[in-house]
Design a protein. Structure first.
Length: 209
């Protein structure tokens, strides 16, 4: 079993952990594949999600333009829901400003299992993730691995990092300009029965095709 750590001081080739939102711009550095920012969530959000726990998979998909507000239609009413919507909306604004995209694709998913349990690279330019409840996304601390060998168990023999609840994670994908044969190596964590449902928000910048 690979060691997990929440020590924000740990970094390795290809991964930056920043202390301020403005420093997320470090994702533009060619060698950086993962940029994460630990932050403190409004405690109402955790209380709401704990109380809103339910069985089965629920998914909300929507597109947000600048100044638009998330709806999160797949989540039930309750105290703290508006705080969650405010936070997700603010993350979309961060992504809008960071890459100057005209729209952001938003997906909010509640699951009881690992969606993508194998190490992989997303076929997108850039992706923002935030796990609000349950175990967070995992990535290899050392991103200097051969992407063609990800199916080999020994490829991930080094340390890997698991995001904390509320931690914002930027992942470069294989379609990022100049990122051929690279991309953030990551996976979904195992979700144990004691964890209940995992609530994950995924944000993708969108441009006209």
């Amino acid at each position: 079993m690979h060691a997990m750590t929440s020590d924000v001081s740990l970094e390795a080739p290809g991964w930056r952990c920043v202390s301020a939102i403005a420093d997320l711009a470090e994702i533009f550095e060619p060698a950086v594949q993962v940029c994460s920012w630990r932050r403190t969530l409004d405690p109402q959000i955790a209380v709401y999600l704990d109380g809103a726990d339910d069985s089965g998979t629920v998914q909300s998909i929507e597109t947000l333009v600048p100044q638009g507000r998330a709806r999160l239609d797949g989540l039930p009413e309750g105290d703290g829901r508006e705080a969650l919507i405010d936070d997700v909306t603010s993350l979309a604004e961060v992504l809008h400003e960071l890459v100057d995209c005209p729209a952001v694709g938003l997906r909010c998913t509640r699951v009881e299992h690992a969606m993508c349990p194998r190490w992989h690279v997303d076929r997108v330019p850039l992706r923002m993730l935030c796990t609000y409840r349950g175990p967070g996304t995992e990535w290899l601390a050392d991103q200097g691995v051969d992407r063609a060998e990800l199916a080999r168990p020994e490829i991930a023999s080094g340390r890997c990092r698991r995001a904390d609840a509320g931690e914002l994670v930027l992942l470069k994908g294989a379609l990022w300009d100049g990122n051929d044969s690279l991309g953030a190596v990551h996976r979904s964590p195992a979700v144990e029965p004691v964890d209940g449902q995992r609530v994950l928000v995924t944000l993708d910048p969108l441009w006209p095709s």
